[in-house]
Design a protein around this ligand. Sequence first.
Ligand code: CP
Ligand code: NVA
Length: 306
Amino acid sequence: MSVRHFLSMMDYTPDELVGLIRRGIELKNLRNRGVLFEPLKNRVLGMIFEKASTRTRLSFEAGMIQLGGQAIFLSPRDTQLGRGEPIGDAAIVMSSMLDAVMIRTFAHSNLTEFAAKSKVPVINGLSDDLHPCQLLADMQTFLEHRGSITGKTVAWIGDGNNMCNSYIEAAMQFDFQLKVACPAGYEPDARFLALAGERVQVVRDPREAVAGAHLVSTDVWASMGQEDEAEQRMALFRPYQVTRELLDAAAEDVLFMHCLPAHRGEEISVDLLDDPRSVAWDQAENRLHAQKALLEMLVEPAYHHA
Ligand code: CP
Ligand code: NVA
């Protein structure tokens, strides 16, 4: 089956990704001008959330409604998935009724298993490995504020987690240099590092990573599913807090991003989201616009009238 999915930034060409982001900006503009644009009338997105969410759920649900369609929220608790129905079986049935499926899950293999049996596009709404939708929003936000990110330097501070892995993929696709500063043992996944080669450098010292950076980004120290490790991580990650002073060591026109939710006083200082260099609120809003562009591209347009 030749249906296209969005499980990773690597599923599209660099040109397609730039096109998506530019379309996100256009769709944002249409919405700001109050223009009705409903190409997905009658189309239905299923959303399976195995983990909590504010932004991802809202942006996909609101996005589908704004495009003229609808979204259905599902969780393992209220579907047979939670009672052990095989993922492949669920994929066959769900994709026979829906026009696209978004999944937020733990093991990335849940997404690939579902996609293998799905007749409709499957979108990664975050897995333990990757968070590609967030990167669409981040890249849109950088483009809006600073222009092309190609050739720039980006610093990732803290945990080498799903967001960090997606930054590595973005570094390859958008052609920027990425410096990751993390404690020993919390490096990003070796598979992604190997693919990225020279494009990504891992260092221990956050000041070394931010030197000359045009974008600094971080994320929580304990991701969803790592709650048991939270206390131990807290002590280890303490030197990796992003502060105004750390941003002072970056390029003069540096931007700060955080995918949110943020823990003030942990991965960021309490005042960081109020700093003029932070674009975290724009970044959050852009989830809506970037994903509308993604939905427009992936979901077949409206039915013809009989
Ligand atoms: N950034 C992000 O994905 O937020 P949610 O967990 O609220 O969806
Ligand atoms: N790394 C975080 C991102 C949340 C949007 C997590 O997986 O919990």
